[in-house]
Write a protein that binds this ligand. Structure first.
Ligand code: INI
Length: 158
């Protein structure tokens, strides 16, 4: 008896169109997430000149920027990067919650995968840990999720 027909997307950036939208707030962390994402793109065969990076003020602005990029029809997947630190703001729940919910709505309404590469952490130390160079960099993981979604959607067809 044969097994199920499996569809799994390879991590291959060649020929893919991906855009990043990244918050400037907490840039000492977001810059490292961006570096990780760009390194993952290159590690999987992408060329930096083919990658669009859009900067916005904070995590709260990520969904509307992602919506605009998704509506352009130019991208196979989008990666949203940001960092919201609970200790650093009284309105953590609003910023983090609206950001996550907004990004998911953009993905569901547009059909374009929008990857949630936004750190929502309690402390600066936790943010630093997740943005460190090498294994565990959440920007790199977000880019790999984008490539996987772009590949699996390509296999699924229109
Ligand atoms: N934006 C962030 O990306 N991270 C935060 O931790 C944060 N804090 O602490 O408030 C934050 N606030 C700014 C927000 O995203 C908007 O840019 C701002 O409210 C203007 O709409």
């Amino acid at each position: 008896m044969s097994g199920p027909h499996r569809l799994e997307g390879p991590l291959d950036a060649r020929g893919r169109k991906v855009a990043l939208v990244a918050a400037r707030f907490n840039d000492f962390i977001v810059a490292s997430l961006l570096k990780g994402a760009e390194a993952a793109w290159v590690a999987h065969g992408g060329t930096l000149a083919d990658l669009l990076v859009v900067r916005v003020p904070g995590a709260f602005e990520l969904p509307v920027a992602a919506r605009r990029l998704a509506a352009s029809g130019r991208y196979d997947a989008l990666v949203a990067l940001g960092c919201v630190i609970r200790g650093g703001t009284a309105h953590f729940e609003y910023v983090a919650g609206e950001c996550a919910g907004g990004l998911q709505r953009v993905a569901l309404q547009s059909g374009v995968p929008v990857i949630f590469g936004v750190l929502t952490v309690d402390t600066v130390e936790q943010a630093i840990e997740r943005a460190a160079t090498g294994a565990g960099n959440k920007g790199a993981e977000a880019m790999e999720a984008a490539l996987e979604m772009a590949s699996v959607f390509a296999l699924l067809g229109p």
